[in-house]
Design a protein around this ligand. Structure first.
Ligand SMILES: [Fe+2]
Length: 398
């Protein structure tokens, strides 16, 4: 019998590969190797540096490892102006560009794919005065985190949401929406979608044939709800109206509240500042579906956290991946043993399995917004979290 590593077994492997080359035309693959998972053992591998290793050879889907990465605002932002300049130049028809003046972030571990984690896509968009993204509907859940001080709007299911810095505006699965800027300054926001996940599930549909009434010739839907509609219905914690359906659009289990305001988020964080907070997260808030208390989307969880000056959190890791946007202040996040400093508008990603901890190194409060795929992992029974104790032992958090 051949022993692994002996010339006989190498010959066998070569013979199999020759067979494979022949069989290729029939779209079959003769198994010559284990389909190794990329992840290291959860219990045994508790080192701070390694988050996994990419399997080689023939592998299944998602056998690419997203890496910890930070996009510095100061480096990426100039490209927005450059895109906008081309789009508004006389040679280019504005409408061709107006739909999507944006760049997408690509995780360097994912081979150029348009995604920041296995589940999330992230783009940064600029809307110049007069720009309109025509009304459309799709299955991916999407959000925009507003970076500009004010300006721009999104109309969703007839509700117009005026944007301001720190706001989160949601376009859940199956809701008609259009965006635009009728102000005088350009507006910038960050789009996050569960697009790669739905693509993986072959579940992405998009439609632009809006049957309802439109506003002017801008291909934007008529505003059919009073201003602040969802905020008036759901904007006070613990109170939910009984006389409206909590489902909007054709999606299921998505939040009926579309607009979470930065000032409200900041107010809540400030009001809780004197609490001890979470040892791994500081003063952390979860943004919830007001009708059910669940995550805003069945796939993605949105949060905001405040770190006080000098505050340093403990090391934590999760099976979920998290995207961070630095909204205020400056700090450093150690991810898998590597320090990533951040300041306002920087975006960074912590892949699943990687140990991470945050430190506010400024002399004012720092605020991070988060998007995590934890709800998805919870639903398939895969969500876990661990924390490092002061004596370096590992505690099971979830
Ligand atoms: Fe959209």
């Amino acid at each position: 019998m051949a022993i692994a590593g002996t010339p006989a077994s190498i010959d066998a492997r070569e013979a199999m590969e020759r067979l494979n080359a022949e069989a290729q035309a029939l779209h079959i693959w003769l198994r010559t190797q284990a389909n190794a998972p990329t992840q290291r053992p959860w219990f045994r591998e508790t080192g701070l540096d390694a988050s996994g290793r990419t399997a080689r050879g023939r592998v299944g889907a998602a056998q690419l490892k997203p890496l910890a990465h930070r996009w510095r605002w100061v480096e990426i932002a100039p490209y927005l102006e450059r895109i906008a300049r081309i789009a508004s130049s006389a040679e280019v028809s504005p409408i061709e560009f107006a739909e999507r003046q944006q760049f997408l972030l690509t995780n360097p571990g994912l081979g150029g794919r348009l995604q920041v984690t296995s589940t999330m896509r992230c783009a940064v968009s600029i809307y110049n005065p007069g720009d309109v993204a025509p009304v459309h509907i799709h299955t991916p859940n999407a959000s925009r985190t507003i970076l500009s001080q004010k300006g721009g709007y999104t109309t969703i299911d007839g509700e117009r949401c005026e944007a301001a810095r720190g706001d989160l505006i949601l376009t859940p699965n199956g809701t008609w929406h259009d965006h635009g800027n009728d102000g005088v300054e350009p507006v910038v926001w960050i789009d996050v979608l569960d697009f790669p996940l739905l693509e993986f599930l072959d579940c992405v549909w998009l439609d632009e044939a809006f049957a309802g009434e439109r506003q002017g010739n801008a291909r934007a839907q008529q505003v059919s709800r009073p201003s602040d509609y969802s905020r008036k219905l759901y904007g006070r914690g613990g109170l939910v109206p009984r006389f409206v359906p909590h489902q909007r659009g054709f999606g299921r289990d998505t939040t009926p509240m579309f607009h979470y305001r930065g000032v409200d988020i900041r107010d809540s964080l400030d009001g809780l500042c004197r609490h001890k907070g979470d040892p791994y997260e500081g003063i952390a808030l979860k943004l919830v579906n007001p009708a059910t208390g669940a995550s805003l989307f069945p796939t993605l969880d949105y949060g905001a956290q405040l770190l006080r000056p000098g505050e340093a959190t403990g090391l934590k890791r999760e099976t979920a991946s998290t995207l961070y946007v630095a909204i205020e202040g400056e700090g450093v996040t150690e991810i898998a043993g590597q320090d990533f400093d951040w300041r306002e508008n920087d975006i960074f990603v912590v892949p699943g399995f990687a140990w991470r901890r945050h430190r506010n190194r400024g002399d004012t409060n720092a605020v991070l917004y988060t998007v995590s795929d934890a709800p998805l992992l919870e639903k398939i029974g895969q969500y876990r979290a661990q924390g490092r104790m002061p004596d370096d032992s590992v505690a099971e958090l979830v």
